[in-house]
Design a protein. Sequence first.
Length: 275
Amino acid sequence: MKPPAFDYVRAATLDEALAALAESGGDARVIAGGQSFMAMLNMRLARPAVLVDIMRIGALDRIEEAKGELVVGAGVRQAKLLASEGLSRRLPLVALALPWTGHVQTRSRGTVCGSVAHADPSAELPLALVALQGTVHLRSARARRRLPAEAFITGMMATARAEDELIEAVSFPLAAPGTGHAFREIARRHGDFAIVACGAVVSGRGIRLTVGGVADRPTARDWPLLEGSALDDALNAFAYELEARDDIHASARYRRDMVRRIGRAVIEEAARCRA
């Protein structure tokens, strides 16, 4: 299939991109790597009047530490973040999740912020951002604002981004000493979207488990340091709260079972990694 007709703006600066979004009256869309959005265009699931390409904006291609966070600009490709120095030390959960994100070819084109903007409930990067209680940096010609990842992702492929805003960057809190991280997922093939994915962060204060592929967005729960039957009960309740549905990939019952099984496995693994 072919996409519908649209105007194309190759922005050379951030101000140029923001001006194009402001002038479009809500009929523009931002494109970076295009790994998800081009498919939507070709299937005519998206019909923008204007496409604003931000990948020539050098200021957005940055990875830097600031105030205890790793800030990843909108132009950073997934492969660049995965290859960045010290990622497994600075962001262990992201280092574990990124190899499950598509394939080498798609990671070489797809961007970190693009995956967050797309907000697929089965995608690994939105899950990691929610699990680590990261932040989305939004910018328009009017203003800048920051939203917690859990507030930014509002539903299946739905976000709190205003029509004239783009994601300038996302920031992940750096791993704290004494904190363990683990990630696992079930997919039909490695690189496919997750049927169920679980990321765990365990510290001396408690457990944070985030699940993707089940509800309409990555969903987290925070618990004290539960063990044994108390952890089983918490996982079982969480599995039902996610309101899984049957689809062509798996039954709701299977997804609930995977939340219980994989959830316990990643929590135990993260706890071991604290040592």
